[in-house]
Design a protein around this ligand. Structure first.
Ligand code: MV4
Length: 447
């Protein structure tokens, strides 16, 4: 097991990883920018190293500074959290070259999944159902027209270097195809330095359902069920739940087992998320994330398993603590992302939190790095905390969530709490009847 882990992140996820390290008796080092000197994770860590000025590229993304911090403090592993360097293959490779363990998959597996064309090809080879479309990159208009005619309109053009919604164009008919292909490719070249694009059948009203997987790097793979993350705005998830209200146990086991086997065959190590669009009872792979995700606590709530413990165990060579048959699903969990934003326009609202009071009681978890008197710096993303509620079933979970939202107090800044107080009372949400477009349509109506 590791002696000392360096946490290369900030905010609630730095605290989340710190808690796991403490439970496992592992010493902790955090790195931080000058803007985060007063952050909770800096106060609670055994050691801290200031690695630069506020902009991320000079601090949380500065690989050399982070490696130096490892050398100075004698850390034997790095947990990257999510965002920042968590899916940076070069960072994983550099750490390996310094004999420091990256708590995550190999640089090669990160690289494969970062290239969306290569990711899709790999998924298909491993037996995962994918969205019908081109076999690889599409370069000329004639080929694009042939493929689009074959799969049928509407189609979507996606950047291979994109992901998370960046660099996509929809063509409703052949008349739109030429411009869609051209603009997608030009935009991808400008944004990512890679103009490769591919074509897929455009699914009009899918849900976003993702499967949590883990590999031990030695040919074993397990799944921890799915999360439904359809409630999002501009590709930012807002509300996530497990299990998905749309699936039954048989569908869950079928897609879960396909994913677990794929992870085993790939020789994948650590936590991963296989993302699908789900429409008319079918799953279609879109992307794989090679990191721990913001919404991992809903999976922890329904399985009772600490996923950060598992990441650390696997990375240290101790293997997974569970076999597939040990993973049992119990009840329902919902996560609300509390952002320092206007609840309607989502305009960031940094500033000082004058009063912060979190709900408690059975089935309530709040992951947050903020406190009364904390000043939210304007340089980073606006997530200030997550409310995770667990109940024996979805109805109980929703009742408890409504109560928890009533107890939650965040004064001094705007937050997304009022939006969640509206959503818990909405009939579609109560019925689990929503797709990836639901929230944006709802917000447009409310204006
Ligand atoms: C799609 C799609 C419809 N059809 N692909 C957006 C994020 C990126 N991960 C993939 N995305 C989409 N891919 C096909 N073939 C619709 C989306 C999409 C979306 C997906 C998940 C969650 C929210 C979304 C919002 C808009 C579009």
């Amino acid at each position: 097991m590791f002696q000392k882990i360096l946490i290369a992140n900030r905010g609630e996820i730095a605290l989340r990883v710190l808690r796991a390290c403490k439970e496992l008796g592992i010493q902790t080092v955090v790195v931080h920018s000058t803007a985060d000197a007063d952050a909770m994770h800096v106060r609670l860590a055994d050691e801290s190293v200031c690695i630069g000025p506020p902009p991320s590229r000079d601090s949380y993304l500065n690989i050399h500074q982070i490696v130096a911090a490892c050398e100075i403090t004698g850390a034997d592993a790095v947990h990257p959290g999510y965002g920042f360097l968590s899916e940076n293959a070069k960072f994983a490779d550099i750490l390996a070259a310094h004999n420091i363990t990256f708590i995550g998959p190999s640089g090669d597996h990160i690289r494969i999944m970062g290239d969306k064309i290569e990711a899709k090809r790999t998924a298909k080879r491993l037996g995962i159902p994918v969205v019908p479309g081109s076999d690889g990159a599409v370069t000329d208009q004639k080929e694009a027209r042939r493929i689009a005619a074959e799969i049928g309109y509407p189609v979507i053009i996606k950047a291979s270097a994109g992901g998370g919604g960046r660099g996509m164009k929809v063509a409703l008919t052949e008349a739109d195809l030429e411009i869609a292909l051209q603009t997608a490719s030009t935009e991808a070249g400008a944004a990512f330095g890679d103009d490769a694009v591919y074509i897929e059948k455009y699914l009009e009203k899918p849900r976003h359902i993702e499967v949590q997987v883990f590999g031990d790097g030695a040919g074993r793979g397990v799944h921890f069920g799915e999360r439904d993350c359809s409630l999002q705005r501009r590709h930012q998830k807002v509300w996530e739940e497990a299990p998905s209200p749309a699936l039954n146990a048989e569908e869950r086991a079928r897609i879960g087992n396909i994913c677990a086997k794929a992870i085993a065959d790939l020789g994948y190590s650590g936590a991963g998320t296989i993302e699908f669009l789900y429409e008319n009872g079918e799953f279609y792979f879109i992307e794989m994330n090679t990191r721990l995700q913001v919404e991992h606590p809903v999976t922890e709530a329904i399985t009772g398993i600490d996923l950060v413990h598992e990441q650390i165990r696997v990375a240290s060579g101790g293997g997974l603590s569970v076999r597939q048959e040990d993973i049992k699903f119990s009840g329902h969990a919902i996560e609300c992302r509390i952002n320092a934003e206007d609840p309607r326009t989502f305009t960031p609202s940094p500033g000082t939190i004058t009063h912060f009071h979190t709900p408690g009681g059975l089935g309530i978890r709040v992951d947050s790095g903020v406190y009364s008197g904390y000043k939210i710096p304007p340089y980073y993303d606006s997530l200030i905390g997550k409310l995770i509620v667990h109940g024996r079933n979805r109805v109980e979970c929703m009742m408890r969530l409504r109560r928890a939202l009533d107890e939650f107090v965040v004064d001094g800044i705007k937050t997304t709490l009022p939006l969640f107080r509206d959503l818990v009372g909405n009939a579609d949400i109560a019925n689990g009847d929503y797709d990836i477009h639901w929230l944006e349509k709802y917000l447009a109506k409310e204006e």
